[in-house]
Design a protein around this ligand. Structure first.
Ligand SMILES: [Zn+2]
Length: 340
């Protein structure tokens, strides 16, 4: 077996994800095709399936576990294909090219099917194995050198992955500008539900945006994602002070009343908003500590109005959605202390 094919086999092992020990009655669903087969029975660790779908490897079934996405043989073939696309042949020169510094993870990643669902950590390990490195031994001497290289390397020479890993709301402007340049101002950034850059999905879009127009929404793994241009961020929800509609709370705190509000207490807060609008004589802060029933007792008329509005779905929302762009954000601090 050549050096390359043994590396490919090891890399394929890393990319497999063992999901389960089979039990009778288990239904196995293939995510990509949605095809289903059922485990009919298990006798003397011999697994009988309702049928043998293409995506299952007979060896895996004999060993009484399945891999959800790819069988090892499929993966080996896939990696071979990718290396061939990158220009790596199974000979001495091919291995030299593979090990060269100019041949990098991005090239490998760019050829991975974006819906394969293989986590990026595993892809990186597999890539190190392909390069002939041992990804699991800690480097004792090298890190210092690596950091120095990373810090002195001009941003223009960073890989797409390095750029995305450093890109964020408070990143150095140079990174943002460079990313904007390579994506030609096209939509390319996808955020996760917490509003952080989804590096894996964005990498796929960045690579597209380099060469072609990209859409502002994109479906990955059956889920619709909004795709943002570099420098655009998801809308952020701000809460207004219940009694000062022109003040946006910072961590629940209102500058004008000098108090912290609980934004989850929506009904009470919107009732207080109505009271403050209708009863200008009242110092609402005195009523902040009251619960809803006490407030109703004190302001029965306003409560009637409150009920009407609530029934019509017209209570004040107390929320504002603002686009997070740097131009409109007075709070943005560009980190200047970072070394890169
Ligand atoms: Zn206030």
């Amino acid at each position: 077996m050549s050096t390359l094919s043994s590396r490919i086999d090891k890399a394929a092992e890393i990319l497999q994800i063992k999901i389960t020990k089979l039990k009778e009655g288990d239904k196995l669903q293939h995510k990509k095709s949605n095809s289903i087969c059922e485990v009919e029975n298990i006798e003397n660790s011999e697994v009988k399936l309702s049928h043998l779908p293409q995506w299952l490897n007979l060896e895996d079934i004999k060993n009484n576990f399945v891999y959800l996405r790819y069988s090892s043989t499929n993966l080996t073939r896939k990696i071979e294909q990718i290396l061939k696309t990158i220009g790596i042949t199974d000979d001495e020169l091919g291995i030299k090219i593979l090990e060269a510094e100019t041949t990098n993870f991005d090239m490998f990643f760019n050829n991975i099917d974006p819906i394969s669902e293989i986590p990026i950590a595993r892809l990186k390990i597999a890539w190190e194995i392909l390069k002939g490195n041992d990804p699991f031994t800690k480097k004792e001497e090298k890190p210092v050198i690596n950091n120095a290289v990373q810090q002195t390397k001009p941003i223009g020479q960073w890989s797409d992955l390095e750029l995305l890993e450093s890109y964020g709301y408070d990143c150095p402007l140079e990174i943002e500008e460079h990313l904007n340049k390579i994506t030609k101002g096209r939509p390319a950034i996808i955020f996760d539900k917490e509003g952080r850059v989804d590096v894996e999905k964005s990498l796929y879009m960045v690579r597209k945006a380099r060469h072609q127009e990209t859409p502002s929404t994109f479906i990955i793994r059956q889920e619709m994602h909004k795709v943002y241009r570099v420098g655009e961020w998801p809308l952020e929800v701000f809460f207004e002070c219940p009694i000062h509609s022109h003040i946006l709370l910072m961590d629940g705190y209102c500058d004008e009343c000098g108090m912290k509000w609980n934004v989850d207490d929506y009904e009470k807060n919107s009732f207080l908003r109505l009271i403050s609008e209708r009863e200008s004589e009242v110092d609402i802060r005195l009523y902040k500590k009251m619960d809803m029933n006490e407030l109703i007792e004190n302001f029965p008329k306003t409560f009637l109005k409150f009920k009407d509005l609530k029934d019509e779905g017209k209570l004040p929302s107390l929320k504002r959605k603002l686009s997070k762009t740097h131009d409109t954000d007075p709070f943005r601090v560009i980190a200047t202390h970072k070394t890169y």
